[in-house]
Design a protein around this ligand. Structure first.
Ligand SMILES: NC(=O)c1ccc[n+]([C@@H]2O[C@H](COP(=O)([O-])OP(=O)(O)OC[C@H]3O[C@@H](n4cnc5c(N)ncnc54)[C@H](OP(=O)(O)O)[C@@H]3O)[C@@H](O)[C@H]2O)c1
Length: 286
């Protein structure tokens, strides 16, 4: 059982809220960080008082019961307010790059590179030694991406002529079609998200030719092991966590409007009201 100090907001949370599929009264949210207040009954997992980060359902709650395999301890030197940005966005970036078979001699195009998934994907791809092309919606949205490891920062996909080996696509719609056309034979598009909300219309014969793949992507299975890798990288300073919006959770509407309005660079983090631990000790908060 974790006493939540921070949650982060994902584009998917906003989609869930508007989907009509979530029952009234259900607790949304996927990214939580906080302190263990009750250890797992079978003796596995972190002890009471350990700071952890998790990819879990119901993250927008003050207390969440979380499977041990879905969480990671927050290493020393990493603040919970930063660690909480990692679960959905970081794990999606890591696993989609892995699924695409990214290697040092490959070129990778990352669309929606200014966002949560995108900023992590740029850094992880650069770390893997790839040639990284980051695509954003407007000039200001590219700030910091070159420093994060992007070799090229483009607005949209105009001007990109050379074929790429991998595409991590968060935007969908016409940009997905354009990215498919840029994909080299043997290459892989990972369809991670669809923030454009627009249909993708492939011209006739666009999918006929040398083999290349368009693969759907979703985070499935427990994220604890990958979260631990990401948290270590962040604690070592090898992965920068950019927080574009941070505030108390009663300003949720402001955070949601900023995310939907494309005004958040990186991640939006919500601070959960300070709680009292059993026995009177205060929860750590950063
Ligand atoms: N499959 C999975 O398991 C999984 C996991 C994580 C996320 N996702 C999905 O991946 C997508 C990105 O998530 P995120 O957390 O990175 O979101 P985010 O932080 O909001 O970033 C999304 C980026 O997409 C761009 N964008 C937004 N609206 C757009 C539009 N109308 N047209 C073109 N570009 C637009 C924005 O970049 P600019 O402002 O620069 O254009 C924004 O920075 C979402 O669709 C999310 O649901 C899926």
């Amino acid at each position: 059982m974790v006493d939540v100090s921070h949650a982060s907001l994902n584009y998917g949370d906003l989609n869930d809220a508007r989907s009509g599929r979530v029952p009234v009264g259900a607790v949304l949210g996927s990214d939580a960080a906080g302190v263990v207040i009750e250890a797992a009954a079978d003796g596995t997992g972190p002890a009471v008082g350990t700071q952890v980060v998790a990819l879990t359902s119901g993250a927008f709650a003050e207390r969440v019961a979380i499977d041990v395999s879905a969480l990671a301890e927050i290493p020393k030197g990493l603040a919970p307010a930063h660690a909480v940005a990692l679960p959905v966005a970081g794990v999606a970036a890591l696993r989609s790059l892995r699924a695409a078979g990214l290697g040092p001699d490959k070129s990778v195009l990352i669309t929606g590179a200014s966002g949560g998934v995108g900023r992590f994907a740029v850094q992880l791809a650069a770390r893997a030694g790839a040639h990284v092309i980051a695509s954003v919606g407007s000039a200001g949205r590219g700030d910091g991406l070159a420093e994060a490891g992007a070799d090229e920062v483009l607005i949209g996909l105009e001007g990109l002529q050379r074929p790429v080996d991998v595409v991590i696509d968060s935007v969908g719609g016409p940009q997905l079609v354009a990215a498919w056309n840029l994909l080299a034979p043997g290459g892989s598009v990972q369809s991670v998200g669809w923030t454009s909300g627009e249909p993708a219309v492939f011209p006739p014969y666009a999918t006929v030719g040398p083999a290349k793949s368009l693969t759907s992507f979703v985070i499935d299975g427990d994220a604890g092991a990958d979260l631990a890798v990401l948290a270590e990288l962040a604690a070592e300073g090898a992965l920068t966590i950019e927080i574009g919006w941070q505030g108390p959770w009663d300003r949720f509407d402001e955070a949601a409007a900023a995310l939907r309005g494309r005004r958040v660079s990186g991640k939006a983090v919500l601070e959960v009201a300070r709680g009292e631990l059993p026995g009177g000790a205060a929860c750590a908060q950063d």
